[in-house]
Ligand binder design. Structure first.
Ligand SMILES: CC(C)(COP(=O)(O)OP(=O)(O)OC[C@H]1O[C@@H](n2cnc3c(N)ncnc32)[C@H](O)[C@@H]1OP(=O)(O)O)[C@@H](O)C(=O)NCCC(=O)NCCS
Length: 146
């Protein structure tokens, strides 16, 4: 059985390892440190037999919006509703704030997931992380629910 819980700060290195595995990138790094996010942001993990198999990492910005830094599910567990469950947990936890996510324009699964959860494309962002001039993402936004 897969359970969802708020991440503990000490779980941040396991989350980072999962990110490296999912993105197949040893240098995979987010804009913010996982430990910082786990302590002060909104980070939830999906666990099976105490092993982290999925995570969503988000934080509140100075504009009172929630910015999703990453959402990842271990390849073996993709397509089984966990991404959706993590997002639903985030929605319940962060209350009535708009939520933003940057999604690579080629990431069809993620675009579909976000649309299904009520996100809409706001604009295209070229080279969103300043490391790849070819990269292009959609900034997606889910309005707060009245
Ligand atoms: C994208 C990702 C987070 C989705 O999580 P998931 O647990 O696999 O997705 P779910 O099973 O919760 O699916 C929810 C919805 O997402 C969409 N979706 C998920 N996987 C999909 C796929 N391979 N193709 C098309 N749509 C897909 C569907 O709309 C699906 O709803 P449905 O099952 O009713 O059709 C996950 O596949 C993943 O970690 N991918 C690699 C990392 C990544 O791309 N992260 C997103 C960064 S923005």
């Amino acid at each position: 059985m897969v359970s969802i819980s708020r991440a503990k700060t000490y779980e941040s290195s396991a989350i980072r390892k999962l990110e490296q595995q999912v993105w197949k990138d040893k240098d995979c790094t987010g804009k913010y440190e996982n430990a910082y996010l786990s302590r002060f942001g909104y980070v939830f993990v999906a666990k099976e037999k105490n092993k982290i198999i999925g995570a969503i990492l988000a934080m509140k910005t100075a504009k009172e919006e929630i910015y999703v830094e990453d959402v990842i599910i271990h390849p073996k567990w993709q397509g089984q509703g966990l991404g959706k469950r993590l997002y639903e947990t985030l929605f319940a936890a962060c209350g009535n704030f708009p939520i933003l996510a940057l999604v690579n324009k080629t990431n069809e699964a993620s675009i579909k997931l976000h649309k299904e959860l009520g996100f809409k494309g706001v604009k295209k962002v070229k080279n969103p992380f300043g490391i790849d001039v070819e990269a292009e993402s959609f900034l997606m936004r889910r309005e707060k629910k009245e």
